[in-house]
Write a protein that binds this ligand. Structure first.
Ligand SMILES: Cc1ncc(COP(=O)(O)O)c(C=O)c1O
Length: 452
């Protein structure tokens, strides 16, 4: 690493987040990227990495797509009104129309924001306004964001500990369990049921085919709104525009973010039906009752529109369906022989590779030792080896450290998929045959303690 980049990193460590720099250093993943294109990341030292994480489903159109970059440059060059807060932002109307047309199912209004969490916060407020109820249901293992409202819809204490009381009146039910859902809905105290159609951070959990449809019926019966968090699954990630479309479900509210940005300008959208929109913005006095300074800004709206152009013109949904099925078939074929491999599952290009404890005593004890040091240790070693030795960037699921995520940009070519499968197989083979795989975490832990 050159002197200038070291100096730049020092500034970050001093003034932004020193622990993040330490963690990346510890994992040997602190690389300075110079250029990112499609699904490739080029480091300062010339190494090429394949991105199979996509910034957690941000880069559906690939990094720095030239069409989106050009559209943003043109938007800047036209010197149009930006963040005036005193006019009708026409691009927002255009983007809302296109998103609602793609979503279908009675979703005819959009609220724009700048992150997934902000979208979830809006959905909490909107569902309360529309139902005049306070309670909120969510699923065990969910990830909805790290603001206080969104955090109140997550049951993993890791994310909320130390941050004081969360919203009252929230309740977790098991994912994919209709009886448990109905038992809560029957109380008629819930404004909304928040659910990710495919749970991402919980371990790429795909529900049984009838679950979401039945959940919708139950929600309707008991007057609760169905809110789908499609922050990761939306924007053709699973092959269809919304993952909801696989399950024939018509949600009352959908939250989108991440890939809507084209990976370049933050933008989120909350799609809802007309009644919900009218319940929030019910009178002239309430015309600006829920807004945000950066919402509807021209650059973000242009990013959203250009991203939709690319997704549709390049047929990336169809590609995600086809390549996702091939990828999982290849992974299952290549890894099936290994005891610690459980399965590769997913939808479109959102896949999870699940591992399980081995039956042999020695590796079983090693796995237990890792877990005692840190629950994420096993997964982090996998991620580290894939990165350092195979030059593949990916991550474990945030609420399930036994599931490795595979979510490449939807533009990734077939060679990248073969490279990925071979790389994962090499690491999994080492896991089963080499003691180094098991000793490395202990050294890592010692290093962490020594510099801690
Ligand atoms: C399913 C889901 N919902 C909401 C969020 C929050 O989005 P953001 O990080 O943009 O606030 C995330 C972030 O990873 C997510 O995965």
């Amino acid at each position: 690493m050159g002197r200038s980049s070291l100096a730049t990193q020092d500034l970050y460590a001093e003034s932004v987040n020193p622990q993040w720099v330490r963690l990346l250093d510890l994992l040997g993943m602190n690389v300075r990227y110079e250029r990112c294109e499609g699904c490739e990341l080029f480091a300062e030292d010339g190494t090429r990495y394949l991105d199979f994480l996509s910034g957690y489903c941000v880069h559906n159109t690939g990094h720095n797509h030239p069409y989106i970059v050009e559209a943003l440059k043109q938007e800047l060059d036209r010197s149009g009104p930006a963040m005036l807060q005193s006019h009708v932002p026409e691009l927002a109307g255009e983007l809302a129309q296109r998103l609602c047309a793609l979503a279908g199912g009675g979703l005819t209004r959009a609220f724009f924001c700048s992150s997934g969490s902000e979208g979830v916060e809006a959905a909490i407020k909107f569902s309360r306004a529309a139902t005049r109820r306070d309670g909120l249901l969510f699923c065990e293992g969910a990830f909805h964001g790290l603001t206080c409202g969104a955090l109140s819809l997550m049951d993993n204490p890791f994310w909320s500990e130390g941050f004081g009381p969360m919203l009252a009146g929230t309740k977790a039910v098991p994912f994919n369990d209709l009886d448990a859902l109905e038992e809560q809905l029957r109380t008629r105290k819930y404004a909304a049921f928040f659910v990710e159609p495919v749970q991402s951070e919980a371990g790429i959990r795909v529900p049984s085919p009838g679950y979401l449809g039945e959940a919708q019926q139950l929600c309707r019966r008991y007057g609760t709104l169905l809110v789908l968090d499609e922050v990761q699954t939306g924007m053709f990630r699973t092959g269809r525009f919304l993952a909801a479309h696989h399950f024939g479900v018509n949600p009352d509210i959908v939250v989108l973010a991440k890939a809507l940005s084209g990976g370049l300008v933050p933008v989120g959208a909350v799609l809802m039906n007309e009644q919900i929109g009218d319940a929030v913005y019910s009178t002239l006095q309430r015309a600006i009752v829920h807004t945000s300074t950066f919402s509807e800004n021209g650059l973000a709206m242009r990013a959203g529109l250009a991203t939709l152009d690319v997704l549709e013109e390049e047929n990336l949904g169809e590609r995600a369906t086809r390549l996702g099925e091939q990828l999982r078939a290849s992974l299952n074929a290549a890894l099936g022989q290994y005891e610690m491999f459980a399965e590769a599952r997913g939808l479109g290009l959102l896949s999870g590779i699940e591992f399980r404890a081995p039956s042999k005593l020695a590796p079983r004890l090693s796995l237990q030792a890792f877990r005692a040091i840190h629950p994420a240790m096993f997964g982090q070693v996998l991620v580290m080896r894939l990165f350092r030795e195979q030059k593949i960037l990916t991550q474990m699921c945030g609420n399930n450290f036994m599931v490795l995520k595979a979510a490449p940009p939807l533009v990734a070519d077939e060679t990248s998929f073969n490279t990925f499968v071979e790389a994962v197989e090499r690491v999994v083979s080492e896991m089963h045959s080499s003691t180094a795989f098991w000793t490395e975490p202990l050294l890592l832990a010692r290093r962490a303690v020594n510099i801690g």
